[in-house]
Structures are given as C-alpha cells and as structure tokens.
Write a protein that binds this ligand. Structure first.
Ligand SMILES: [Zn+2]
Length: 296
C-alpha cells in the first residue's frame, strides 16, 4: 500500500471539504447513521458519486451502536474494506460538552458542540475550550447559535432565529463551521411552516464573514430554498429524517408484499436490502441537489 492509498482510507476533518464547498458554491451533506447498513449505504453512494461526505452520529445513535469506539472501529473498517477514497468525516451531531470530549477521545474526526441552550456567555466559554482541543488534534468543530426547532433525540428546540451578533461572537472563536437557526426545524415540517428566513441568513452571513454555515433539518425543505441557502453561504446540510422515512417505507413494502415468506426471504440481509437501496437513492438525490457530486 503506498502512502496515498493509506491516506485515502482515513477519516478527515470536515474543514477542507467545507471550505472547498463554500468557495465552489455547493454544500456537503451530513447523513446521520444508525447502524452498519446505514453507514455502508451512505459510504458506497458517496464513493459512487465521487462526493465528500459527513457521517453524523447523535448521542442517542451513539448509545444505540454500543458507544463511540464501536462506531469509530466500524467506520474505519469500512473505509478500508469498501475501499472508500472520497473524503469522509465522522461527526458528532448536537453533542453535549461531555459527549464532545468522549468523541474526540474515541477517534471522531469532527464534532458539534451544541451550546445553543446555554446563555451566550456560557456557550462562548465552553466553545472556546473545545476550539483549543480540536485545534491541537486537527479536528473540525461545529458550534450552534439559536436553537433549531423540532425534536431530536429528546432535545426540543424552539426554532429561534439566531442573533447575528451572537453568531459573530461564536464564529470569531475559531470554530470550523456554524449552525444558526433560521426557521429550520428537525423532523417533518408542519404544513403551516413559514419557510427559511433568508433575511436572517443574509444578516448572519454578513456578520460572520467566511465561516461555512450549516443548515440543520434538511428533510422536506423545498429545492429552491436549499439552493438559495447555498447561494447565501450554507456549505453543510444535515439530512436525517429523510433516510429514516425512505428506509422504513421500503422495508414495509417488502414485508407487506410477503417477500419475507418466500424462499429464504427471511434472511436479514435480504430483509434489509430494499431499505439500503432506498437510503442510497435518498443520499444520491441529496448529493445531486446540494451539488457535491464529483467534488471529492
Ligand atoms: Zn440538527
């Protein structure tokens, strides 16, 4: 194995891929993982489309997968076993301060510290400490200002619009990327949703300068709004619910059609195959929409 090959099979910080995305006016998708099938489907799609990718892990998913070290072992094994050569970052999603430290210790290449529920001074203080640790280890760090609406892993956000001055203060601490609430929410969007607040996004962009911005709650935001958000400085878009919906719909169809009762259709590898294909299709659709195809 030559040096390049070795390097290609390693997790990377999200910094370089996001700066390239910002400069190239596209966005890199963060797709949350829940198990081996999710991870494999996302990695294979990124490789097939020659796209950089960020694997997101919530604290709840971390517990579900038996801890952060299990995940690091699984993902590193897959990079080699599937010969994945596109840039891949393994990223903690909405981490508490403690979880952020645990993921750094376990070998994640990127972390999000969500201090949005703290008073801004405390958010700044904790983020500052993590900036120092991440810089020493060459990891990327995402910070958040202004809670994102909806529910994720039991964390209920009120959907505040982030204050541009607070965004500026956090972005100047040296974080890699900034998540700022602009009316986006986690999970399915309600029918009376007002849409993204582009006026707020523009103000945040003007206040924060060149830092790549992150859009959470990517499921169900209309395509034209996604494109406009990218044009206004969003370089990372998080997708979670949409893969869950497509996986579950495909799995339900398999069972409802009685396929599990035909021949060896009960084999878990067969049962989970349609769901995996559905995740691949969703990830492909998002990568095409975000413009990251061919940008590895
Ligand atoms: Zn989020």
């Amino acid at each position: 194995m030559d040096r390049k090959e070795k390097w290609d099979n390693m997790l990377v910080s999200a910094k370089e891929m996001l700066e390239k995305a910002r400069d190239g006016h596209y966005a890199v998708g963060q797709f949350n993982i829940n198990n081996l099938e999710w991870t494999k489907s996302i990695l294979l799609t990124a490789q097939e489309l020659n796209s950089p990718v960020i694997l997101g892990v919530s604290e709840g998913a971390g517990k579900y997968m038996a801890g952060y070290k299990t995940i690091v072992g699984m993902v590193n094994g897959m990079l080699e076993g599937l010969n994945i050569t596109v840039p891949v970052a393994l990223h903690l999603d909405h981490g508490s301060y403690e979880a952020t430290l645990k993921c750094i210790e376990a070998g994640f290449s990127s972390v999000m510290f969500d201090g949005s529920h703290y008073p801004i001074d405390e958010n700044i203080e904790k983020t500052t400490e993590l900036v120092k640790i991440c810089a020493e280890k060459g990891l990327s760090l995402e910070a958040e200002v202004g809670a994102i609406g909806g529910e994720e892993d039991g964390v209920i956000g009120g959907g505040d619009i982030a204050d541009p001055e607070e965004c500026k203060a956090i972005s100047e601490l040296g974080v890699t990327m900034l998540a700022a609430g602009i009316g986006n929410i986690h999970g399915k969007y309600p029918e009376n949703w007002k849409g993204l607040d582009f006026d707020a996004l523009e103000k945040i962009k003007n206040a924060t300068g060149s830092i790549p911005l992150v859009l959470h709650g990517g499921t169900g935001i209309p395509e034209d709004m996604i494109k406009k958000a990218i044009s206004l400085g969003v370089a990372k878009i998080n997708v979670n619910t949409e893969c869950q919906l497509s996986f579950t719909a495909a799995t339900r169809k398999y069972i409802e059609e009685g396929k599990d009762l035909q021949g060896k259709g009960f084999d878990p590898r067969k049962v989970l195959a349609p769901g995996c294909e559905a995740i691949k299709a969703t990830v492909k659709e998002k990568m095409e929409l975000f413009g990251s195809v061919g940008k590895a």
